[in-house]
Design a protein around this ligand. Structure first.
Ligand code: DAU
Length: 345
């Protein structure tokens, strides 16, 4: 890999991946192609913006011509570009279909026409639908997506397999679990809970808070992604999981403890519609390539809390902006008005 085209590189995981590649591969160049929608932020890449091996091109994966132009001369492609927030897909899935399905098609088509040897597409554990420790999902298991977001990601994932089979392309699909770490948009549960706790505001926990998610630190995830880009088998998918499974209520409490705030800031609010109870994957295929996570649950949450506490200038403008306040009111206004108080469980 000499020059890698990264779609969606200004988002949370994409920007972590770019920082990682530029640090770990001294001969690599990166073209970051990003539409800079509400979740993309070039401040995530302030550390590398002056690096001569890094170039930013503003554009959307839904614009096939723009993708093809920006991708020219690249020999590897990584696609992070996605609408990623499940709650927003419940309100309106239009952008999810555009970016997560049509966008994947444009990236695959441009990569094929340019003769790119390696394409890594970043999918999600949510394509499998609910699963448990005793019934963990392997890469060849059926997709049973239950949210419009997960359905759109499943469609993009399947397009990758179709292009690998039909056109013999070197496409690899990664299916990571729930990521935590620096630069995640404050709409997501972990940064939302942290930023609310710092402000002394209620933490809205959906339903009974006993839903389970793995908490994979983004630094571990991007190590796995680079490994898959370089060594994943063409046409194959790989699950990425840290085995840091905890309930949402555990996460809320761990955040409050790390910030020395009382647990009674927690509020139980009306549940997410179609909320998946738990995800669980078998990741032995990735383990066989030599990857292992380095962050356990406590360290992943503590490091994330410390980062948000020390980087208020990064997130405060976002949570104060009208667009986020409007979203917050629509998503949580009525929910918080009818919330139940915290009970130890
Ligand atoms: O598992 C991978 C997925 O992780 C990615 O594919 C998605 O793009 C990413 O957004 C994330 O999806 P989740 O739905 O798991 O993330 P979210 O942070 O929205 O929610 C995490 C859990 O916390 C979930 O069970 C819902 C719950 N939750 C979420 C919010 C926003 C709450 O209890 N309260 C909240 O306010």
């Amino acid at each position: 890999m000499r020059r890698v085209f990264v779609a969606g590189g200004a988002g949370f995981i994409g920007s972590a991946f770019i920082r990682h590649v530029l640090r770990e591969r001294r001969d690599a160049e990166v073209v970051n192609f990003d539409a800079l929608t509400y979740a993309g932020n070039l401040a995530n890449l302030a550390d590398v913006s002056a690096d001569r091996r890094y170039r930013f091109v503003r554009g959307s994966v839904t614009d096939a011509a723009a993708v093809a132009a920006a991708l020219a001369g690249c020999d590897a492609v990584v696609n992070f570009a996605a609408e990623s927030h499940v709650d927003r897909s419940i309100h309106d899935a239009t952008d999810f279909i555009d970016t997560n399905v049509r966008g994947v098609h444009s990236v695959l088509t441009a990569a094929r026409e340019a003769g790119v040897a390696r394409v890594l597409h970043v999918s999600t554990d949510e394509v499998y639908g609910p699963a448990t420790h005793d019934d963990a999902r392997s890469e060849d298991d059926a997709f049973r997506p239950r949210s419009p977001y997960a359905a759109s990601k499943a469609a993009g994932d399947m397009l990758c397999h179709a292009f690998a089979e039909t056109h013999g392309m070197g496409v690899v699909v990664a299916r990571p679990a729930n990521n935590v770490g620096p630069y995640q948009h404050p709409e997501k549960a972990v940064p939302l809970f942290i930023t609310r706790a710092i402000a002394g505001e209620p933490l809205p926990v959906y339903g009974d808070g006993l839903q389970v998610r793995d908490r994979l630190h983004v630094d571990d995830n991007v190590r796995a992604l680079l490994l898959l880009l370089e060594r994943g088998e063409a046409g194959e998918a790989y699950n990425i999981q840290a085995d840091n499974h905890h309930t949402n209520i555990d996460v809320a409490r761990a955040i409050l403890d790390a910030l020395d705030r009382p647990h009674d800031l927690i509020r139980y609010v009306d549940d997410r519609e179609g909320h998946d109870r738990c995800y669980w994957m078998d990741w032995s295929k990735l383990r066989a390539l030599g990857w292992a996570p380095t962050y356990d649950f406590d360290r992943a949450i503590e490091a994330t809390v410390r980062w948000y506490a020390g980087n208020r200038a990064w997130w405060e403008p976002t949570v104060r902006a009208g667009a986020f306040r409007g979203y917050y009111e629509r998503q949580y206004g009525a929910r918080l008005a009818g919330a139940q108080p915290y009970r130890a469980q």
